[in-house]
Design a protein around this ligand. Structure first.
Ligand code: XMP
Length: 510
């Protein structure tokens, strides 16, 4: 395996893994490590470049994370690029001044003016839109540095040799229009080579899993199959190397959408899964989850039943390993990657199993898994499939305890909206559709009667990686059609549409 070319030091930004993904898109492998682990890495390796990520910290925090003590700042061994907190940390450490203005916080899109003669900004528009998300700013540059970009303050800096660089905005976020070009320029400065492709990743993952599985004598491997792109791709990738040792377990949680179980079975076939076990556990899930309306608690209750069922399967099938299609995004959002803050608990992250737990896709993003699925010749229905949360429709009944009736209602509603979206050929424009029951009663009128009923909420988002998302605006005729179809149900008096972007909202309500 090729050596890691770029070290990304993770200071806990929500976007750190997106930097790694963007570098892979540019064909370059990288390692993302927290500062403490980066020290060890740097003591053993000389990468071709180092990127310092953003952070929710301020350099003035008492416990502000620091630069790895053995990071070479002479520019001799490798170029260094500080992004946001990374730039502030470089400035602060090298004798510049980082200010903490009370009022001037930049958040969201901003225009910057760049020195396009600098190698970092070659080929970039002089005035370009970037994504900024910071409270602190660099007020004075360190000695020997000069500005190569401005907004209201310094947006970018360089040393005289163009080796130690800083940018205040986030090039890895898609809202930075020319961010990818800027990262490509940094790779050019680092003189990296192209070394990432899906075929290599498939081989690496097969080898990684086989090496681990071969250490146990005769133990089988359980894979939680949801029918979604991640677990199906993982099954297709492992089926040829694990053969009969691979036991795929699918649970009918009662929170599945219309026709989803049938689809799962078809997808398992196209992944050449030979051992598929389907467990029906609707009653058990409902009984447990209906005891709370709190979003985190509901997820907790879902996890309890989910892990209990898998533990039973582990015993039954003499398994030594649990393999899941957990992605980098799930790990970041659960606060497990580096130091990123907890947003919500994904159902399949951080569960403790009685056997070894493997997450071979832990460094990959959705679009990369889709690429792997395509490389494995899986059908379009698999690699183009929109994501759906593991706890399923249980997260789509908001504010009232879940019941079989409410789950059927959101299932029907989801199916109705999905069909309307298909009919109007809007599938390509939407990354995910969320239809939920909002458990607040309000007054309506049906026929001549006053009705006191619930609302359904429809939310569609457009996104590349679900780290950020834009709310989708349905055309007016489609809004009317959806509203009319959903209010046919006797208990539904209103249909709400939600276009809030992420952040500040998330895709799901819970
Ligand atoms: P949010 O709501 O955090 O969701 O913007 C991002 C993406 O993740 C999906 N999601 C989950 N997927 N298990 C999963 O496998 C979960 O517990 C879970 N929660 C959210 C969500 O539907 C969206 O695609």
């Amino acid at each position: 395996m090729n050596e890691i070319q770029i070290l990304i030091v993770d200071y806990g930004s929500q976007y750190t893994l997106v930097i790694g993904r963007t570098l892979r898109e540019l064909g370059v492998r990288s390692a993302i490590l927290p500062p403490e682990k980066a020290i060890y890495f740097l003591s053993q390796n000389t990468p071709k470049g180092v990127i310092l990520s953003g952070s929710h910290h301020s350099v003035h925090d008492v416990n502000a994370p620091q630069l790895p003590e053995n990071l070479d700042l002479s520019g001799v061994k490798y170029p260094v690029l500080g992004i946001c907190y990374g730039m502030q940390l470089l400035s602060h450490t090298l004798g510049g001044v980082v200010d903490r203005p009370l009022l001037h916080r930049e958040y969201g899109p901003a225009m910057v003016s760049l020195d396009v003669n600098h190698p970092l900004f070659l080929g970039v528009e002089q005035q370009t839109q970037v994504w900024a998300s910071h409270g602190d700013t660099v007020k004075e540059l360190p000695k020997g540095f000069h500005s190569i970009g401005t907004t209201k303050g310094y947006a970018a800096m360089t040393d005289a040799e163009n080796r130690i660089l800083g940018i205040q905005f986030h090039p890895e976020v898609v809202d930075t229009k020319e961010g990818k070009k800027i990262l490509q320029n940094f790779l050019n400065i680092c003189e990296t080579k192209i070394d990432w492709n899906p075929t290599n990743i498939i081989k690496e993952i097969q080898k990684e899993v086989l090496d681990v599985v071969n250490t146990s004598l005769g133990k089988n491997v359980i894979l939680g199959l949801s029918g979604g792109v991640d677990s199906t791709t993982l099954a297709a990738l492992l089926a040829p190397v694990l053969g009969d040792k691979l036991v795929c377990v699918a649970i009918d949680t009662g929170g599945l959408r219309e026709g989803e179980l049938a689809e799962l079975k078809i997808n398992a076939k196209s992944a050449h899964v030979s051992n598929l076990v389907v467990i029906s556990a609707e009653d058990e899930f409902i009984k447990n989850i209906s005891t709370t309306t709190d979003a985190q608690e509901k997820r907790g209750k879902f996890r309890e039943v989910y892990s209990k069922i898998f533990e039973e399967q582990i015993l039954k099938h003499n398994a030594g390993f649990m393999i899941q299609g957990t992605l980098a995004t799930d790990i970041i959002e659960s606060g497990e990657a580096g130091k990123s803050a907890l947003i919500k608990t994904h159902h399949n992250v951080g569960l403790l199993w009685s056997v070894d737990d493997l997450h071979p896709f832990r460094n990959l993003f959705k679009y990369e898994v889709r690429e792997i699925a395509r490389t494995l010749n899986l059908p379009k229905e698999v690699y183009e499939r929109n994501p759906f949360p593991g706890p399923g429709l249980y997260l789509r009944v908001v504010g009232v305890p879940v019941s079989k009736d409410y789950i059927s209602l959101v299932r029907m509603a989801d199916n109705t909206v999905t069909e309307i979206v298909k009919k109007h050929n809007l599938e390509k424009e939407i990354s995910q559709l969320v239809v939920c029951l909002i458990g607040i009663q309000s007054v309506g009128v049906k026929g001549d009667e006053r009705v006191y009923g619930y609302s359904l909420l429809v939310r569609a988002v457009k996104t590349i990686d679900f780290m950020t998302a834009q709310g989708y605006y349905f055309p007016e005729n489609v809004v009317n059609e959806i509203t009319s179809a959903l209010t046919q149900h006797k208990e539904i008096v209103r249909v709400l549409f939600d276009m809030t972007p992420k952040p500040p909202a998330t895709t799901e309500f819970e």
